[in-house]
Design a binder for this molecule. Structure first.
Ligand SMILES: Nc1nc2c(ncn2[C@@H]2O[C@H](COP(=O)(O)OP(=O)(O)OP(=O)(O)O)[C@@H](O)[C@H]2O)c(=O)[nH]1
Ligand SMILES: [Mg+2]
Length: 342
């Protein structure tokens, strides 16, 4: 064999090898993301019911309305006696919250009663708690807050889904014109909901276009509330912000605040398509809103650290970083679609 022939053969071999390696890498990358991707399970039948007090010392169970079916507070089949046009539904994802939730509820109910008369509801989504969170909230609603039937609704998930799964389930079954999700620890000052409503009204305009207003703590970065957190917590927070910036979202400063408001059309456009049920679900919500060109306003709110966080810093940080990469890659590879409900 001539020297030139030998060289040509070597070139062909190298090209073949590189092509096979590239195809192998792409296929295995796709497979890994596919295997790590997530599809929320369908709700069990009992999770489509809520419990509320009947105002006579007992409890009643009723079917939840469904936002995507167009059920609303005006749909008589879902009405309780005291229903009016519900303006705001507050969804509280709750996992073993008997120690923290009463303060949050007291704050929220005081603001809602003062500012919205009867035009509100609270939906506690108990995410398979083991400490009797559901019963505790129903008891508070009767004995402490003396609410009426339907004002505080408890939906109990039979199996723990994670905060994202609970928020998704709650917001897809509200009656209100607007849906807010708010953490059970009361870290965000509930009063600030009026700022979010004002801001979303400007975005949605008279036609009620899809719009989102999110609470933001970015103005607090140099204040005691953040500076006094442990070094490791702040380090992980900055690490996560950098990853979110690299892999996801650049236009929003605080993606993780547990105080976000949506109008009904934004809920319909975002939540049926939300895959992530873990802690990083906020990022997927915002990605979906950005992909669908839904305007988002970031509103500075007051926030303070509350003890009893449910986060396991090491384990949850690793999972959040992994889920962030999965979300980004799954949309690029069209494993996640924003035009197909999951
Ligand atoms: N549905 C659901 N909610 C959860 C779970 N873990 C925590 N939550 C809720 O998520 C909200 C926020 O939880 P926190 O433990 O305060 O976590 P965080 O506010 O993100 O983090 P911190 O800054 O440490 O407080 C609360 O309403 C919790 O009840 C869970 O496994 N499932
Ligand atoms: Mg918290």
């Amino acid at each position: 064999m001539a020297f030139n022939d030998f060289k040509q053969l070597q070139n062909v071999d190298l090209k073949g090898f590189l092509t096979t390696a590239a195809i192998g890498l792409i296929v295995s990358g796709y497979l890994i993301i596919y295997l790590l991707s997530h599809t929320p399970r369908l709700p069990f039948d009992e999770e489509l019911e809520y419990q509320t007090i009947d105002g006579k010392g007992g409890l009643v169970k009723k079917r939840l309305p469904n936002v995507c079916r167009g059920d609303s507070n005006k749909n008589k089949s879902n009405n309780d006696n005291n229903d009016e046009d519900i303006l705001l539904s507050v969804v509280v994802p709750s996992y073993n919250e008997t120690k923290r939730i009463s303060h949050m509820l007291a704050d929220a109910i005081a603001v809602l009663q003062k500012e919205m008369a009867h035009r509100w509801e609270i939906i506690i989504v108990d995410d398979g708690s083991k400490d009797g969170t559901s019963e505790y909230c129903l008891n508070l609603s009767e004995k402490v807050f003396q609410l009426q039937e339907g004002q505080l609704r408890v939906v109990k998930l039979s199996q723990n889904r994670g905060k994202g799964g609970a928020v998704r389930h709650g917001l897809l079954h509200i009656r209100g014109k607007y849906g807010l999700f708010a953490d059970a620890d009361g870290a965000s000052q509930f009063n600030d909901v009026s700022k979010l409503i004002e801001s979303i009204k400007q975005l949605e305009g008279p036609q009620g276009k899809p719009a989102v207003a999110i609470g933001s703590r970015s103005h607090m970065v140099n204040t005691d509330a953040v500076v006094k957190r442990s070094f490791i917590r702040n380090l992980l927070m900055y690490g996560l912000h950098t990853l979110v910036f690299v892999f996801g979202i650049r236009s929003i400063k605080d993606t993780q605040c547990g105080f976000k408001l949506f109008n009904r059309s934004a809920i319909e456009s975002i939540f049926p398509y939300l895959h992530t049920e873990g802690w990083i679900f906020d990022v997927e919500i915002l990605m979906l809103a950005l992909r669908k060109k839904i305007p988002i306003s970031e509103v500075a709110i007051s926030w303070h650290e509350v003890d009893g966080s449910k986060m396991d810093l090491a384990r949850d940080s690793i999972n959040m970083a992994k889920d962030l990469v999965v979300i980004r890659m799954a949309y690029i590879l069209r494993i996640y679609r924003d035009d197909k409900e999951c």
